[in-house]
Design a protein around this ligand. Structure first.
Ligand SMILES: Nc1ncnc2c1ncn2[C@@H]1O[C@H](COP(=O)(O)OP(=O)(O)OP(=O)(O)O)[C@@H](O)[C@H]1O
Ligand SMILES: [Mg+2]
Length: 256
């Protein structure tokens, strides 16, 4: 179960975020970066935050705690910006929050030396598995906190869920956009980490992660069953993994 938190105060928007995430205080006195259900990509982006964030954690990668944030209808009322007021008000009910990492810095490609090749390879592997288009040099969605990279912003991953077709039908599609991954040049150990990482994506683990998605998100997404997400992920994680060859090829073409 993801922890439930009740929002008590809307603190400030995080303007750099395309989806206008907001910093929100919870009734546990914690601060959370909230991804609002009424934002651009809708509830499917929240599903991707949960599924890909928890898959990353399963692989041993650092991800802020993910919680469900209950937004009361009146929370946005005191916010003077009408766009934000409307977004928060339209998101009354359950939303996704990430534990706010105070003092974390946005990662830049100049800091690649801080990330060991094995770790960079594991992050690339996760993003290739989950078709995450949002870890480019322009928009790395990595925070440096206490000297280590933390993964955020997985709302754009699993992008096949936005198409009308069944997810499992796309499970073997190559993911050529991995060529734009900010850590690809550093990911020299893809073949080495592949087997260990794939072994962690077990049916039981995937089932447990999918069970974290609130039923109301699934109902609103137009993809009411979690079974197709499970099929999709387990097929991708099963050998042979075409996404791995695509990532290795992309590195070679880049002269890495
Ligand atoms: N858990 C966190 N702790 C600290 N800062 C965070 C956290 N999550 C997000 N941020 C900050 O807020 C910014 C926007 O968050 P995020 O990338 O999740 O939103 P987004 O709207 O999906 O972004 P974009 O579309 O610009 O990639 C991040 O770039 C980062 O600077
Ligand atoms: Mg982002």
């Amino acid at each position: 179960m993801l922890r439930h938190v009740h929002a008590t105060r809307y603190v400030t928007p995080l303007r750099e975020g395309g989806s206008l995430p907001g910093l929100v205080e919870g009734d546990d006195d914690g601060l959370y970066v909230v991804k609002f259900r009424a934002a651009g990509q809708g509830v499917k982006a929240l599903i991707a935050e949960i599924v890909v964030g928890e898959l990353a954690r399963t692989l041993g990668l650092a991800v802020p705690e993910i919680v469900l944030v209950e937004i009361p209808a009146e929370l946005g009322r005191t916010e003077p910006d009408p766009e934000i007021n409307e977004l928060v008000t339209a998101s009354a009910g359950l939303n996704v929050g990430l534990d706010f990492l105070p003092g974390a810095l946005d990662y830049t490609p100049a800091q690649a030396g801080l990330i060991a090749p094995e770790l960079a390879s594991a992050i690339v592997w996760l993003d290739a598995l989950t078709t995450n288009v949002d870890r480019s040099a322009r928009n790395p969605n990595l925070l440096l906190w206490h000297g280590a990279p933390w993964l955020i912003d997985h709302g754009a991953a699993l992008y096949h869920q936005h198409a009308a077709i069944d997810l499992p039908a796309r499970a073997r599609d190559p993911f050529v956009l991995i060529a734009q991954h900010v850590l690809l040049p550093r990911a020299s150990e893809l073949a080495m980490v592949d087997g260990d990482l794939a072994a962690m994506i077990t049916p039981a683990r995937v089932e447990a992660i999918l069970a974290l998605i609130p039923p109301s998100f699934l109902a609103a997404s137009g993809r009411p069953g979690v079974a197709e997400y499970g099929d999709y992920l387990l097929t991708r994680a099963a050998a042979p993994r075409p996404f791995l060859a695509t990532a290795v090829d992309a590195r070679e073409h880049d002269g890495a």
